[in-house]
Write a protein of this length. Sequence first.
Length: 316
Amino acid sequence: MTEPLRIVFAGTPEFAAEHLKALLDSPHEIVAVYTQPDRPAGRGQKLMPSPVKQLALEHNIAVMQPPTLRAPEAQAELAALKPDLMVVVAYGLILPQVVLDIPRLGCINSHASLLPRWRGAAPIQRAVEAGDAQSGVTVMRMEAGLDTGPMLLKAITPISSQDTGGTLHDRLAELGPPAVIEAIAGLADGTLHGEVQDDSLATYAHKLNKDEARIDWNRPAIELERLIRAFNPWPVCHSTLNGEALKVLAATLADAKGEPGQILDASKDGLIVACGEGALCLTRLQLPGGKALNFSDLFNSRREKFAVGTLLGTAQ
């Protein structure tokens, strides 16, 4: 076992917090944690600390929240920590070259895709949306480019036809931390060397937005089924029913055809809706002011809302 390293950790969401937990359980010393400034959240829009900040405070670790790492004072503050290594996971800020050069062993990143596929902000959801057969975590050395650095380790998992953005996220959050611990050991003893990425194979995982979660019923059913899974639990695919919002949390492919957006059948098994090609059976929905329910429950109580022939997604 090599000597414990002085590590600075940088990350923000729950995915990053899972990595920080593993580092806290390792022999290494976490000398400081960097995370995004507190953001307003919830109905009251109160400032909320990130999951990474909450975990760091529970362990009495110094927390830094600079709005940028381009400022000389923020860079000097980091340099004063004299880190051996910086571990970055879904931090959300760009690290300029001067920052990457501060730690003795550089900076490494745990990225939730099999690089060079799905560089960027939303690799988990884009993999599900695209129908990829597998995903994983890539631990890489960081460069100034976006997710372009040499790859140190990969942990791979298949993507099943049942996976959502949420289930794949949770699985990758389990795969990533041990991969990072292994990579740190290899870097520390000089046995791990990076593999250069093939830029010609790179794809970009655009940030998610609520507009693209609006269901266009003219699209093929197979594309919409993947989109519905990818965007669960956020931003959640949605349409309208009789002028009211309708959230769609789960659906399967159905063997039917009709005018795109038209309800073809409704039963305890689901709501059959025609698409541009094929149809979907919607199995879990959420109506305004209600909670998400299996369609069998909605069919029992609100059957009249789902009359055959009704068009979803049209202006009323």
